[in-house]
Design a protein around this ligand. Structure first.
Ligand code: ZN
Length: 137
């Protein structure tokens, strides 16, 4: 597979509203989108740094995987997402062949309608890893 850059870092926060003053007021980044992803039970906020984004993830329900993450580990970096040049489906087939445990056996639609898939932390030195389709420019 060919990875061009880090697409985004996912950061679990209890409150986007409480976290934004640091990212906007201190780091000087701009939040350009806030989106609720109903099926993931999260609210997301995106900020851009060059080609890379920061994705703040706030749980909208105690059932949310992000709520459980914060409960266990506290707020902090939740996952790292790589930008895949040659298709997420191809990359999944390739890592599967190399014995990597998959969370998603097939790509699904993530934020901005792009294909994404998660690899299991058991196979990735404990870092939840997301593969992202390259947005069409
Ligand atoms: Zn993500």
């Amino acid at each position: 597979m060919e990875i061009s850059h880090i697409e985004h870092l996912g950061i679990a926060v209890k409150s986007i509203e409480a976290a934004l003053p640091f990212y906007e007021g201190v780091l000087g980044l701009k939040c350009y989108s806030i989106e609720v992803v109903e099926d993931q039970k999260v609210k997301t906020a995106f900020l851009k740094i060059g080609q890379t984004k920061i994705e703040l993830l706030e749980p909208t329900s105690p059932e949310s995987a992000i709520a459980k993450f914060i409960e266990k580990k506290g707020e902090g970096i939740h996952h790292i997402a790589y930008c895949i040049q040659d298709g997420v489906a191809n990359a999944l087939a390739e890592v599967n062949e190399k014995g990597v445990q998959l969370i998603d056996k097939a790509p699904r639609h993530g934020a901005e309608g792009l294909d994404i898939a998660f690899l299991h932390p058991k196979s990735t030195a404990s870092v939840l890893t997301e593969l992202c389709e390259t947005p069409k420019q």
